[in-house]
Design a protein around this ligand. Structure first.
Ligand code: NAD
Ligand code: TYD
Length: 345
């Protein structure tokens, strides 16, 4: 008999890619998406899943114990992939409250429901940002035992969620596995994030905003590689294990912008240095040896190939991101999916 997987935050960027990936790679699995549909959640991201009899969408809030209780009362899950989160660092600097609610309270509520239901595996989506920043000039890297030193409200709430997960492993022997991937990019990424912002701005004839000097380093991981790592973790990892997931494609922001300009046939006059992000983390560099050695995971899409794919995707899917940039995508909300019973959101 097939398994049933829950993906929280499945109407967002990585979650929607994960749902498409699971439906394709595990043809006997049922997949349930549970999502609040915040500004970052978009039912248009689920068009590959819609109509599939093995796919169900449930609208609800991970931080609402009534919503989550109703979800677990209706479905019995083998796997939980917990991706629902507030995710944009700049927004967390403007207002940390939704980050505390969703990333911390939401993770606590979901852990408790999954523990009570006895799920076989809970994969928690964390981030490289929980380790904090590596200063300029240092070649340090973080492995899974490095201390958590988050420096902005987003990464602080993600680190808190990691600790909650670890507490459920030690206290309740719950089979939680934590993924800490680097910056993802790919299709359906909300255009407030750096890569889709650059590509869509250039198509619109607008410049690329570069925070500060642009020397900050990020490692860019293609989203399908992340999805493959998450599935491996669900099926093969030891309970309680933590895995860094990296592409080993570390590059300064300004250099990434130059590559995008060159791919799109545009010049350096489209670069605009703007005021830096407060407390801007300089670099996240991960040692991802553990997932390679224990699960056999290596990334398969290099940055050159991935950038070509992603530029092509945003060129071919203009209506998707134009609706977002003009706010029109909210028309999908509640179109055909009733809200889950058991509490307001
Ligand atoms: P996203 O912002 O594109 O999507 C987040 C999704 O979560 C949206 O569909 C939103 O509606 C949903 N959501 C938000 N609050 C909710 C709530 N209270 N209840 C239910 N659903 C809610 O995010 P993403 O980039 O796809 O990131 C997914 C996960 O991966 C997050 O946990 C993030 O911290 C982590 N992560 C992301 C990256 C990256 O580069 N994007 C890198 C490492 C880790
Ligand atoms: P972002 O996509 O917000 O991811 P994160 O902050 O989680 O790494 O930003 C990636 C990098 O790009 C980060 O160093 C900040 C920088 N950046 C810019 O230079 N300009 C922008 O307009 C944005 C959104 C980000």
């Amino acid at each position: 008999m097939g398994e049933r997987a829950l993906v929280t935050g499945g109407a967002g960027f990585i979650g929607s890619n994960l749902i498409a990936y699971l439906l394709r790679e595990r043809p006997d699995w049922d997949v349930v998406c549970f999502d609040k549909l915040t500004y970052a959640g978009n039912l248009a991201n689920l068009r590959l899943a819609e109509g599939n009899p093995r796919f169900t969408f449930v609208r609800g809030d991970v931080a609402s114990s009534e919503n989550v209780h109703a979800l677990f009362a209706e479905h019995s899950f083998t796997f939980v992939f917990h991706l629902a989160a507030e995710t944009h660092v700049d927004r967390s600097i403007q207002d940390a409250a939704p980050f505390v609610r969703t990333n911390l309270v939401g993770t606590a509520v979901l852990l408790e429901a999954a523990r009570a239901a006895g799920v076989a595996r809970f994969v928690h989506m964390s981030t490289d940002e929980v380790y904090g920043s590596i200063p300029a000039g240092s070649d340090e890297s973080f492995d899974e035992s490095s201390p958590l030193r988050p420096r902005n409200p987003y990464s602080a709430t993600k680190a808190g969620a990691d600790l909650l997960c670890q507490s459920y492993v030690t206290t309740f022997e719950m089979p939680v596995t934590i993924a800490r991937p680097t910056n993802n990019y790919g299709s359906y990424q909300f255009p407030e994030k750096f890569l889709p912002l650059m590509i869509t701005n250039l198509i619109e004839g607008r410049p690329i905003p570069i925070y500060g000097s642009g020397e900050n380093l990020r490692d860019w991981l293609y989203v399908e590689d992340t999805c493959r790592a998450l599935l491996m973790m669900a099926e093969k990892a030891e309970p309680g294990a933590i895995y860094n997931v990296a592409a080993d494609e570390l590059i300064p922001n300004i250099e990434l912008a130059r590559r995008v300009l060159s791919l799109m046939g545009q010049g350096p006059e489209m670069l605009r240095h703007v005021k830096d992000r407060p407390g801007h983390d300089f670099c996240y560099r991960l040692n991802a040896q553990r997932i390679r050695e224990e699960l056999g995971f290596t990334p398969s899409v290099g940055l050159d190939e991935g950038l070509s794919r992603v530029v092509a995707w945003y060129r071919e899917n203009e209506s998707w991101w134009r609706e977002i940039k003009t706010g029109e995508y909210v028309k999908y909300f509640g179109r055909q999916y009733p809200e889950i019973a058991g509490g307001s959101q």
